[in-house]
Ligand binder design. Structure first.
Ligand SMILES: [Zn+2]
Length: 261
């Protein structure tokens, strides 16, 4: 049951969300979180060649987003390496190119969801394995309840996403939720901060792993729908997603401080 204490704790947490005096400060903060998220994806082994991207909307030019330089390993990305891409796919800041699939998918997600600051997609092993089953995740653990009635399935596969119409269809499948499983492809998550989008991706990947493990061993017991709904309100909020990322941010900055360069 949610207690008044829990509600107060969440409201207090909301007050810890960063506030900025200038757009420059906010931009730098987003880029630092973005570089850190890439390092964490690298550390967790979510990279697969040149596939996978995390994007952060620019706080001023709202139809532009920051993304990784084409072909650079996630584990090497620094703040100064990030590139800014406009709404037609042109790189307007930075010395590198952008992956076409990254532009096609992420530009359409950012366009369809003005509330979304960041989107994360990668070809991580458990996410893509689960995606091959063509079904949603079940409420079998407390953690996966973050996605209860808040994730969707893009039940189609038509090759590498290089066509803007396909990007639009994918964004339509995402709807108003925090995540979409792209059948035969992988996971995509979004958030009101880079922190949140990255956290949902990390915990969703692990939730795919958990369900694959549990299902391989037997028949998982499902959490009752009412309890799943309650748990979703506890672990699935924007603040909860933001807060869950903070220990990982602290860890990666301490381990790899050059990411802030
Ligand atoms: Zn992909």
């Amino acid at each position: 049951m949610t207690t008044n204490d829990d509600t107060e704790a969440l409201m207090a947490a909301a007050n810890y969300l960063p506030k900025f005096d200038t757009l420059e400060e906010e931009r730098l903060h987003r880029k630092q979180r973005l570089a850190a998220a890439y390092r964490l994806f690298g550390k967790f082994g979510f990279d697969e060649g040149i596939a996978g991207h995390i994007t952060a909307r620019d706080p001023e030019r709202l139809d532009h987003f920051w993304v990784n330089p084409f072909g650079m390993n996630f584990s090497h990305i620094r703040v100064s390496d990030l590139i800014l891409v406009n709404d037609t796919g042109e790189v307007v800041e930075g010395d590198y190119g952008v992956n076409t699939a990254a532009f096609v998918i992420h530009s359409q997600v950012h366009a369809a969801r003005p509330d979304v600051i960041a989107a994360a997609h990668a070809h991580s092993i458990y996410g893509k394995s689960w995606s091959a089953l063509g079904r949603l995740l079940d409420p079998i653990t407390q953690d996966v309840c973050a996605f209860h009635e808040d994730h969707a399935l893009f039940d189609d596969y038509t090759g590498v996403v290089l066509d803007l119409e396909e990007g639009k269809r994918l964004a339509h499948a995402l709807g108003g939720g925090k995540a979409v499983i792209l059948r035969n492809h992988g996971l995509l998550t979004v958030g009101h901060s880079v922190d949140e989008a990255a956290w949902w991706f990390i915990t969703m990947e692990r939730s795919c792993q958990a369900q694959l493990l549990a299902s391989a061993a037997g028949d998982p017991v499902l959490i009752e729908p009412e309890m799943a709904k309650l748990t979703a309100s506890q672990v699935g909020s924007h603040v909860s997603g933001y807060l869950s990322f903070q220990p990982l941010y602290e860890k990666i900055v301490r381990e790899q401080p050059d990411l802030l360069d």
